[in-house]
Design a protein. Structure first.
Length: 206
C-alpha cells in the first residue's frame, strides 16, 4: 500500500486555515482521494486537553512551557493518529504543524527557531510534511478578522502587534528557505480562489 501524503496548512490566526482545510477535505474527497482532516493542537484526547490549557487566557504559561506543551500534543497526535493514517495510505490535511511552533514560539516568543526545531524533531520522530500551504496575510488584517469572530480572544490572540509581526516575518523566512515544500497563498483572496490555488499547489502530490 502506498504511503499517504502529509499536507500541512499554516499561517497567522485569521488567515483562513480552517476554511481552507474544510474546502480541501471536501474537494479531495470528491476526487476519490482517501483523505483525513486533523488540527493542532488536538486531534486526540490528550492533545485536546493540552489545547484547552494553552488557549486558556486565565493561565500564566511560561514561554518554554508553552513550547513544550505544543510539542507534547504534537508527539501524541503523530503517534496515535497521524502515523497510522499515513501508513494506511491516507492523505492527511493538518491544520498547523511544526512550522507553527517555529514561528510562534521560536520567533514570536523569541526562543530561537533552531531550539524549537530540535524539540519538535524529537517530538515528531523527524516527520516532515510533503507540502505546506502557507496562507499569507498582513498581521493587522488577520487581527481584524479575529475581532470579527464571536467569542472572547484566547490567550495567544491577546498578544501584541510586535508578537504577530515577528511570526509573519518568520513564516516568510521559512517559505523562502524551503520553496519546494512551502507554497505561499494569498489569504486576502476570496475563499474559492484560495482553494483553487491550494489545489494547484498540491496537484503533483495527487
Amino acid at each position: 500500500m502506498a504511503h499517504g501524503r502529509l499536507i500541512t496548512i499554516e499561517g497567522l490566526d485569521g488567515a483562513g486555515k480552517s476554511t481552507l482545510a474544510l474546502g480541501l477535505n471536501a474537494a479531495l474527497g470528491e476526487r476519490g482521494v482517501r483523505v483525513g482532516l486533523l488540527r493542532e493542537p488536538g486531534g486526540v484526547e490528550l492533545s485536546e486537553r493540552i489545547r484547552t490549557l494553552v488557549m486558556d487566557p486565565a493561565l500564566n504559561v511560561d514561554a518554554r512551557a508553552e513550547a513544550l506543551l505544543y510539542a507534547a500534543a504534537r508527539a501524541q497526535l503523530v503517534r496515535e493518529r497521524l502515523q497510522p493514517m499515513l501508513q494506511a495510505g491516507v492523505t492527511v490535511l493538518l491544520d498547523r504543524f511544526v512550522d507553527s511552533s517555529l514561528a510562534y514560539q521560536g520567533a514570536g516568543r523569541e526562543l530561537g527557531i533552531q531550539e524549537i526545531r530540535a524539540v519538535n524533531r524529537f517530538a515528531t520522530g523527524a516527520l516532515e510534511p510533503d507540502r505546506t500551504l502557507l496562507l499569507r496575510i498582513d498581521p493587522a488584517a488577520g487581527r481584524a478578522r479575529q475581532h470579527a469572530r464571536a467569542g472572547e480572544p484566547d490567550r495567544l490572540e491577546r498578544e501584541s502587534e510586535a508578537f504577530f509581526a515577528r511570526i509573519a516575518a518568520a513564516y516568510d523566512e521559512l517559505a523562502a528557505a524551503e520553496p519546494a515544500r512551502v507554497r505561499v497563498l494569498d489569504a486576502t483572496l476570496q475563499p474559492a480562489r484560495v482553494l483553487a490555488d491550494a489545489l494547484g499547489a498540491i496537484e503533483d502530490l495527487l
